[in-house]
Design a binder for this molecule. Structure first.
Ligand code: IMP
Length: 430
């Protein structure tokens, strides 16, 4: 089994773009299976920077098939804009290399309007969403009133579906003091996007089954991270999808057991955008330094990311829940020049010690990290391509992370450049 899944092991923004691009060169098929255009994957190839949100990262490489699976929520306007933007950079995108699952749910303008209105209504306790309508679109999907990609091909069905959707949303809008929506306007919008989307649409699960049986190498590209998972993350400060590996099966329709190796992308420190608990956050010069050196600004919303020490308790939890076999440790070079480093190895809360992250909101907000302290290194690790290029203290830091996570660091990334990577084990060669 050579198929690989790439999963963020923290709160997203672990540097998945570079690693996914690096792996997608070896893959034949690249699949997105959850989330939507709340994701932001930055790829740097031959000096060109591509910023992708909804398109699978394989799309920028020739000869690959990219699939947007049924678990993704698709904003058709955002998708078409992204396709056009990437095409102007010289990338060929056609139904030959991009497939959209016929059973994926759509994000409509009503969803982003509701996302923003709900955030405004939450006031101080806002989640800090990306405002892209992700949560409301998934709510409609689970509530069985979503409009799906396949509905675009049948005007009668589409009319019924829009009526069912507006029955719900107009009641909600009334409560929020917003103008009701008119079915005609929503249908006109869908009519406009349908002919541009439909050529890409297929039963993606069927294609995936065929490609898998042919022995094609499939790469599952996770978005966000385990701590933003709707069940396992810092609920309610999470995204509205399951970001763990299990989602790759439900979100693509490929059978359970079709993934041979799960790579957890793990930043050498911790960051988070949006609100919610963050036990190892450093709201001080340490955090400021990490943010400045690591260019920690959100790809999608440009928000400043919160920064802190590496939390081994949380990542170990992610490793276990997502079945991570090995990690790709990213942005080690951001730690260069720091006098000392800390790793969280446990928590204290209400007089008890914890070796896991408890689920209650109160506990998550109030756990006190127990740290181990390590000497830093003054040498630069930026651009290192072998363990021999790393200072002894950096190696000690990595080894301790491996011990605490109970999985090896199979890949180390030492700069945004794709070749600045130390490969211990190739995820595809198992
Ligand atoms: P939503 O996914 O827009 O509903 O946002 C919910 C939470 O997930 C917010 O805290 C966002 O900042 C966070 N989030 C969503 N997508 C990403 C991502 O790709 N990287 C990091 N955080 C994300």
């Amino acid at each position: 089994m050579t198929n690989v899944a790439v999963i963020g092991s923290q709160w997203g923004d672990e540097g998945k773009g570079k690693i996914v691009d690096w792996l997608s060169e070896k893959a034949d098929v690249i699949v997105r299976f959850q989330g939507g255009h709340n994701a932001g994957h930055t790829l740097v190839i031959d000096g060109k920077t591509y910023k992708l949100s909804l398109l699978p990262s394989g799309v920028v490489r020739k000869g690959k098939i990219s699939i947007i699976g049924n678990g993704v929520v698709i904003d058709p306007e955002a998708l078409l804009e992204e396709i056009e933007r990437v095409k102007t950079m010289g990338v060929d995108i056609s139904p030959k290399n991009l497939v959209i699952a016929e059973n994926a749910a759509l994000i409509l303008p009503v969803h982003s309007q509701l996302d923003k209105a709900a955030e405004a209504a939450r006031g101080e306790s806002k989640i800090g969403t990306t405002g892209r309508g992700i949560g409301p679109a998934y709510e409609d999907k689970v509530g069985r009133r979503a409009i799906r990609v396949c509905d675009l091909s049948d005007k009668d069905i589409l009319k019924e579906r829009v009526d069912a959707l507006l029955f719900h949303h107009n009641a909600l809008r009334k409560g929020l003091g917003a103008e009701p929506l008119n079915a005609k306007d929503v249908l006109a919008f869908l009519d406009k996007v349908a002919p541009k989307i439909l050529p890409f649409v297929q039963p993606a699960w069927l294609l995936l089954d065929k490609l898998n049986r042919e022995g094609k190498r499939i790469l599952f590209e996770g978005a966000q991270g385990v701590m933003l998972d709707d069940d396992h993350g810092t609920y309610p400060y999470v995204t509205s999808s399951n970001t763990v590996t299990g989602s790759a099966f439900t979100g693509s329709g490929l059978k359970v057991g079709s993934i041979g190796y799960v790579l957890g992308i793990t930043k050498a420190y911790t960051t988070r955008v949006g609100s919610g608990p963050f036990p190892t956050e450093q709201d001080n010069e340490v955090g400021e330094g990490l943010g400045a050196r690591g260019h920690e600004f959100g790809t999608v919303t440009k928000r400043k990311r919160r920064c802190g020490w590496f939390d081994a308790v949380m990542v170990r939890q992610a490793v276990k829940i997502a079945g991570i076999n090995g990690i790709a440790l990213t942005k080690l070079d951001v730690l260069d020049g720091m006098k000392e480093l800390k790793i969280c190895v446990g928590y204290e809360y209400a007089g008890k010690q914890y070796d896991y992250f408890p689920a209650s909101i109160k506990a998550q907000a109030n756990v006190k990290p127990i740290y181990e302290t390590f000497p830093g290194w003054s040498e630069s690790t930026s651009g290192a391509r072998s363990y021999r290029d790393l200072p002894a203290n950096a190696i000690k830091y990595i080894r301790r992370i491996e011990e605490l996570l109970e999985v090896p660091a199979d890949i180390l990334s030492t700069s945004p450049e794709r070749d600045d990577t130390i490969l211990i084990k190739d995820p595809f060669s198992r």
